[in-house]
Every structure is written in structure tokens, then in C-alpha cells.
Design a binder for this molecule. Structure first.
Ligand code: PMP
Length: 387
């Protein structure tokens, strides 16, 4: 052999047990962990098709949609974003992207690569958009697609989406919404609110491992995809073929790629847990945890980065880093001493905030109390660190 067997692979795999209280992934419930250990199935077996059908039902429920083109893309949340933009944009189309953090920036980068003319609507990090601002921008640019992020996890900001669909449709524009960090923590009504394309990630409120992105397109968006003048640029994201594998068009199932059966089991179980608890109860649990967390932070003398309560995302809370600590000391202390993950900022919020996620299986009052205790202790420690 030219390359010798690596010694490292002769030692056993070791994975520590951590409490994941960052902005995702979250821990999975024992039921989900048990599900992903079930036997592997082939990607064209009838049993996997049944599981895929069950998952489609679950996704329609969590998205509150009857869209036939509802499925899962084998990818993390980023791939959901790629799939939406890649299918709905053609060279020369105008994409209007609302930017108040990193996810709008990412969407700009992707839409540009797919050949769209990109225009932006921007506000400062920590803020969201009013319907009037959105209407002005749609009126001005006459885009073919508007992209907004319901839960901007880099800053902990919630964007109200109700009403945006009506604005878009008055101007012949499609509405795409990123719900990776928000789904299940705040209400979302895809059909009622006129959302044309939506995606999320499996690893947050849905409580499954990362690697699957539930996605759904309205009949209007589906028509747009089938009427494209040019083929979708990436075969792997192309809904006109992936939709057949997921049996969305009532034609026969056609092989598209080898799906990870284990990931499907995990997602099915995560969705089953949401169905058993009831979506409205899941949302309430996340909001109750956030309230308890805000009160605890107040007692610790910490300030929330997003001042207006109605702009705060319950699933991911951003906390202003006090000027008397280095955020790295706090984060490192929590992990080293308690195996609790607390995150720093991301993109425009780096060095400015801590981010704490309370999502899915982790959204419990006990976890709120745990992270408050650890945060308090870590801040006390970090304050004493000499530099
Ligand atoms: N959008 C939002 C709002 C997110 O919070 C994230 C992940 N933090 C993503 C997209 C990207 O998801 P992933 O890391 O699973 O690719």
C-alpha cells in the first residue's frame, strides 16, 4: 500500500455526552436515537416509501400546508436554501433578499450563483422588517422572488411573515421563507399566509439528527418550476426529478439518489413526537421556556440583544456579552466543566453576543435552569480571569 493504515482508526470511537444549548443541533430524544439504530433499508424498498409518505404527512402538518410538492432534501438547512433558490430562479430573474443577519447574506451569495439579479432590503442586525418596508421594496424592484428569514439565528430575531404573501402576490412575486431556526417555536401557516417556498432543518425543533431538510412548494411555485425556460442548474436539487422520487406528482417513483434510511427513521420519530404533543403545545412549550430564560437572565444582570420582546425568537436567544468578560472564557468554562454548549455570535454578531438555543427535546424548564446556573457560574469565573 502507498498509504499505511492510520493508527488513529485503531483506537475506539469516543463521543462525549454534551448538552447542546447552542443554536443547533439540539440533543435527540432517546426515542429518536433508538429509531436511527433500526436496520438499513434500500432506497427503493416499499417499506422506505411508506416511511417517506409518513414523513410527507408530518411535514405538511408542521408547515400547515396541503402542498403536493412537499418532501425532504438529503442535506442540511443550507441545502434547503439552495434547493429553493435553484428551483425558483433563472438567469435574469430579480431576487429581492431581506438581510438582517447571516442567512440573508448566504441567500444573496446563492442567488447570485444561480444567475439572478440580486437586490436587497437591509436593516441593522438585531432588527426585523415592517410590512410597509417590505411592500415598498417589492413595489420598487418588482422581483420574481422575495426571500425572508423567519428566525434569524445569528441575532435571535423573529420576523413576522403573516401579510407578506399577500404583498408579494399583488406584485406577481413568489415568497420564500427560511424557517430552519424558527419552525415549531413560533406559528407558521404556509397556506394561510401565502408562502410559496419554505424549508427547515431536521436538527432543531424537530429533534432529529442533522442531514435532512424538509421543503415545500406551493402550486404556484410548482407551476413556475415546470415552466422554466432553462433546466434547474443542479440535478441534485431539481424538484422536477426529486419530486418523482418522493411521489409528489402521482407518477411512478424514479430513483434519484440513495437516501439515508437511518436519517429518515430519526426524522419520522421526531415528527411523531410533535404529532403526539400537538404542534400548538410544542410552540407553547418553546415560548414558556424562553420566558423563563428571559427572567433568569434578568436576575443575572444580563441584557438581551433584541430589546423589543415581539422581535425575539424564542428558540434562539442572543445575550449581549458584558464588557467585563471575554465571551470565549464563558463558553469554554461551560463546556469544560459542565459539557454544556453555549455559543458565541455568528457573522455580524461575532464577539457581541452569546447565543443559547432551547429547541425540541432540549426545550424544558430543567434545561433552562441548567443553562442559567452554568452561565452564572461561567460569568463569575470569566470575570476573574487575568489577561
Ligand atoms: N438558516 C437558518 C435560519 C439557520 O439557523 C441555519 C443553521 N443554523 C441554516 C439556515 C443553515 O442550516 P445548516 O447549518 O443545517 O446547513
Amino acid at each position: 500500500m502507498d498509504v499505511q493504515p492510520p493508527q488513529v482508526l485503531k483506537t475506539p470511537l469516543q463521543v462525549p455526552r454534551k448538552t447542546l444549548m447552542g443554536p443547533g443541533p439540539s440533543n435527540c430524544s432517546p426515542r429518536v436515537m433508538n429509531a436511527i439504530g433500526q436496520p438499513i433499508l434500500g432506497h427503493m424498498h416499499p417499506e422506505i416509501f411508506k416511511i417517506m409518505d409518513d414523513i410527507k404527512e408530518g411535514i405538511r402538518y408542521v408547515f400547515q400546508t396541503a402542498n403536493p410538492l412537499t418532501l425532504v432534501v438529503s442535506t442540511s438547512g443550507h441545502g434547503g436554501m439552495e434547493a429553493v433558490l435553484c428551483n425558483l430562479l433563472e438567469p435574469g430573474d430579480t431576487a429581492l433578499i431581506a438581510i438582517n443577519g447571516i442567512w440573508g447574506q448566504r441567500a444573496v451569495s446563492m442567488a447570485t450563483r444561480y444567475g439572478a439579479r440580486v437586490v436587497t432590503l437591509e436593516t441593522e442586525v438585531g432588527n426585523n422588517f415592517t410590512l410597509a418596508q417590505i411592500e415598498n421594496a417589492v413595489h420598487k424592484h418588482k422581483p420574481t422572488l422575495l426571500f425572508v428569514t423567519q428566525g434569524e439565528s445569528s441575532s435571535g430575531v423573529y420576523q413576522n411573515v403573516e401579510g407578506i404573501g399577500d404583498i408579494c402576490h399583488r406584485y406577481g412575486c413568489l415568497l420564500a421563507v427560511d424557517t430552519v431556526a424558527s419552525l415549531g417555536g413560533v406559528p407558521l401557516f404556509v397556506d394561510r399566509w401565502g408562502i410559496d417556498a419554505v424549508y427547515t432543518g431536521s436538527q432543531k425543533v424537530l429533534g432529529a439528527p442533522a442531514g435532512l431538510a424538509p421543503i415545500s412548494f406551493s402550486p404556484r411555485a410548482q407551476e413556475r418550476i415546470f415552466a422554466r425556460k432553462t433546466p434547474v442548474k443542479v440535478l441534485y436539487w431539481d424538484m422536477t426529478v426529486l419530486g418523482d422520487y418522493w411521489d409528489c406528482f402521482g407518477r411512478s417513483r424514479v430513483y434519484h439518489h440513495t437516501i439515508a434510511s437511518q436519517l429518515l427513521y430519526g426524522l419520522r420519530e421526531g415528527l411523531a413526537l410533535v404529532v403526539e404533543e400537538g404542534l400548538e403545545n410544542v410552540i407553547q412549550r418553546h415560548q414558556d421556556c424562553a420566558q423563563r430564560f428571559y427572567q433568569g437572565l434578568d436576575k443575572l444582570g444580563l441584557q438581551l440583544f433584541v430589546e423589543d420582546e415581539y422581535k425575539r425568537l424564542p428558540t434562539v436567544t442572543s445575550i449581549t456579552v458584558p464588557d467585563w468578560v471575554d465571551w470565549r472564557d464563558v463558553v469554554a468554562y461551560a463546556m469544560k466543566n459542565h459539557f454544556v454548549e453555549i455559543s458565541g455570535g455568528l457573522g455580524p454578531t461575532v464577539n457581541r453576543v452569546f447565543r443559547v438555543g432551547l429547541m425540541g427535546y432540549n426545550a424544558t424548564q430543567d434545561n433552562v435552569d441548567l443553562v442559567l446556573r452554568v452561565l452564572g457560574e461561567a460569568l463569575h469565573y470569566a470575570q476573574g480571569v487575568q489577561r
